[in-house]
Design a protein around this ligand. Sequence first.
Ligand code: PHE
Length: 336
Amino acid sequence: EKLTQEIQAATAQSQQELEDFRLKYISRKSVVAELFSGIKDIAPEDKKEFGQKVNGLKNTAQAKFQELIEALESTQGPGKDRPHDLTLPNIPNTLGSVHPITQTREQIIEIFERIGFNVSDGPEIEEDWYNFTSLNFPPNHPAREMQDTFFIQKDPDILLRTHTSNVQTRLMSMEKPPFRSIMPGRVFRNEAISARSHCLFHQVEGLYVDKNVSFADLKNTLYYFAKEMFGHDIKVRFRPSYFPFTEPSAEVDIYWGMETELDRKMTKGTGWLEILGCGMVDPNVLSNCGIDPEEYTGFAFGMGIERIALYKHKIEDIRLFFENDVRFLKQFTALS
Ligand code: PHE
């Protein structure tokens, strides 16, 4: 009886007091356990009654213990009776980083937005017309071989776009000039994966169509871009080239240097790197898209984001961008 009252009256203000209660009434060395082991000295006719009483005591102790735990947690919460240890080391907070392709894409967009270009978007699964035919690639023309194409389910009319020029032809077909827009996006080519090419990569293309747009406008826009992207001292050259959808066409190189082994390797011993293709929009392309080439002229350009990022950060292998190894990615944390 006395013990029962004692148990009922017990309180626990701290973890320590809770532990004292447990030791005293519940553990294997508690007074209750002691009473249990004393059962062997009790006269046989009294054993039953004694056993019941001690069992009752045990249940009371356990119920009370549960009650004390809950009471303590509600007033203090776990660990609240201990002061914070300010000397404990912090749990390191690992920050992610923006993927270098995303960073480069955002940088390119920002450079062109500053001179009035907006951003346009279009489908990755495309009709032959917008990806090839309207861009002056006649059916079966060898120029199509420049861009190995993935077709969808053997339908030669539906394909994965090989460049984001499809967004240019859609824009020109669906809206009225003037246009001053860039087209970032994923493109697909059926190419063997190597250090320099991949079957999936990213492009930013650009289109400027208005009255009296000249080759001088094209050159100045791309000089501006190269300087913003690679630094104001960068040397830039235009080299004549060929694309079915532009006339005249050019490729733009930047001078990279020849100092190190890597420079010579990246530039194939020339010191120059090609960064983009460009040209004046072919009059046929304008009329294919319902724009009068007598009234409007324009220029277009296109670049691979991987290649720009590769050159910018002097990375040797394009495949690193797709492996998503954190040891590679975390090197770009400071830039994002
Ligand atoms: N569409 C071309 C390519 O993917 C790039 C380009 C765009 C070239 C516009 C000239 C003008 O290779």
